[in-house]
Design a protein around this ligand. Structure first.
Ligand SMILES: Cc1cc2nc3c(=O)[nH]c(=O)nc-3n(C[C@H](O)[C@H](O)[C@H](O)COP(=O)(O)OP(=O)(O)OC[C@H]3O[C@@H](n4cnc5c(N)ncnc54)[C@H](O)[C@@H]3O)c2cc1C
Length: 384
């Protein structure tokens, strides 16, 4: 494989992951990074426990774009949005109309927040947090406020709920399902997590569909399908992410749930690669840090001239809810089996096993999170 210059679009953990791994292997290949945002390096997972860890939007940034450019010996263009990929001529169009040639292209575009189709004049005041700029707006909005409603009891909703409640805010969490982390935990484990989060003051509304958000003076009123209304100072939406696929799709690159790649993170265009939250690698969309780390390492080797398919081991996710330590390693979406759940005073052990008693996934809560390493060692790899 040749060693043409590389352009990376996106400065999140995926974009910077590739840069760092590539520079370990090759200090010469010219690399440019284009980013629609500030392009400072920060760890996105830290956004949802920044209050309890005493971080501000400013102190969350480890290194700004110019420092990263110096350290990694690359060129970085912050606040530069790519609007179009012309694959025939190997040219990118930037917002404003400038054009840029590429040799090899890495798409590390991330994902967009899903916005619920709600009614009411308060809908435009709903906040969501998927990057540092969003988080800065949220922290400004929090000044002098007390009561926060969070729509969505998934991983990100629960983490922000725990962080806000621990910092003294009154928190409501609203979800259409029956339990927190509905996609990751069996019901008994969800009930345990709910009880622990309720014990630090979080109020849950389950089986509850948000329909409308209205402005009431300085506050917002969230109206449920049942007619019940909740008033709060801030409403945060955390109902899921959708991989950013539109630009790739418009360029004729194959997309499905994410930008479709093989195990080399290569799209059907051999010069264009994708990884991170925007990508669907060998059928898997895995919007977490560990898959990005593995994919970045493999892609860097490929870009350095040594084609290397990515392999994913079992990759448990630590849920940052200190009121109830929780680790999940969900079974594959197509896995056949059943949950076997033990609940005791100390925590929950939920094992997902197939008919032959093979462990395919697990969830550990409370003190039983100490069993993480033993169980992880028994899990099959996510991608061989
Ligand atoms: C609050 C929160 C907590 C999380 N906690 C955890 C956790 O505890 N553990 C875990 O494993 N995962 C966690 N995650 C998920 C994890 O953070 C993400 O999977 C990861 O950060 C995604 O990185 P990325 O580089 O793919 O995308 P992003 O970080 O979204 O980066 C995308 C980049 O692409 C740029 N971009 C997009 N379109 C264009 C364009 N057209 N032109 C130029 N630039 C463009 C953006 O500006 C951005 O720089 C969390 C996520 C959130 C939101």
């Amino acid at each position: 494989m040749h060693r043409d210059p590389v352009i990376i679009i996106g400065s999140g953990l995926a974009g910077y992951g590739v840069v760092r791994e590539l520079r370990k292997l090759d200090s010469e290949i010219p690399v440019s990074m284009l980013s629609a945002d500030h392009a400072g390096f920060y760890s996105k997972p830290m956004l949802s426990n920044a209050l309890t860890t005493g971080k501000t939007p400013e102190t969350l940034v480890n290194s700004d774009a110019s420092k990263m450019a110096d350290q990694q010996k690359i060129s970085i263009c912050p606040h530069t949005r790519v609007t179009d990929i012309d694959r025939d001529n190997h040219v990118l169009t930037l917002q404003g109309g400038d054009e840029l040639s590429y040799g090899r292209l890495v798409l590390a575009l991330g994902a967009d927040q899903v916005h619920l189709p709600l009614q009411g004049d308060g809908v435009s005041d709903i906040l969501s947090i998927n990057d540092l700029d969003d988080y800065g707006r949220f922290r400004n909005a929090l000044e002098g406020k007390k009561k926060i409603s969070i729509i969505g009891a998934g991983l990100i909703g629960c983490e922000f709920a725990n962080d806000l409640a621990a910092a003294g805010y009154q928190v409501n969490v609203i979800d259409i399902s029956q339990q927190p982390l509905g996609r990751l935990l069996p019901p008994a484990a969800g009930a345990y997590l709910q009880k622990k989060l309720a014990s630090i003051g979080i109020t849950f509304y389950f089986d509850a569909m948000t329909q409308q958000v209205e402005r009431v003076g300085e506050r917002l009123r969230l109206v449920l399908a049942s007619g019940e209304a909740l008033e709060s100072d801030i409403i945060l939406s955390a109902v899921g992410l959708r991989p950013r696929i539109k630009m790739a799709e418009a360029a004729g690159i194959r997309v499905n749930r994410g930008i479709v790649t093989n195990q080399l993170m290569q799209t059907q265009d051999p010069e264009i690669f994708a990884l991170g939250d925007c990508a669907e690698v060998q059928g898997k969309v895995l919007p977490f840090v560990m898959p990005i780390t593995h994919a970045a390492r493999a892609l860097a080797a490929t870009l350095a001239g040594n084609p290397t398919p990515v392999h994913y081991p079992a990759m448990p996710v630590l849920v940052k809810t200190p009121a109830c330590p929780t680790i999940v390693s969900p079974p594959d979406i197509d896995a056949k089996g059943d949950w076997h759940v033990d609940v005791d005073g100390d925590g929950v052990r939920a094992l997902f096993k197939d008919a032959a008693d093979n462990l395919l996934g697990y969830a550990l809560l409370g003190a039983l999170t100490k069993e993480k390493n033993t169980l992880t060692a028994q899990l099959p790899p996510v991608l061989q």
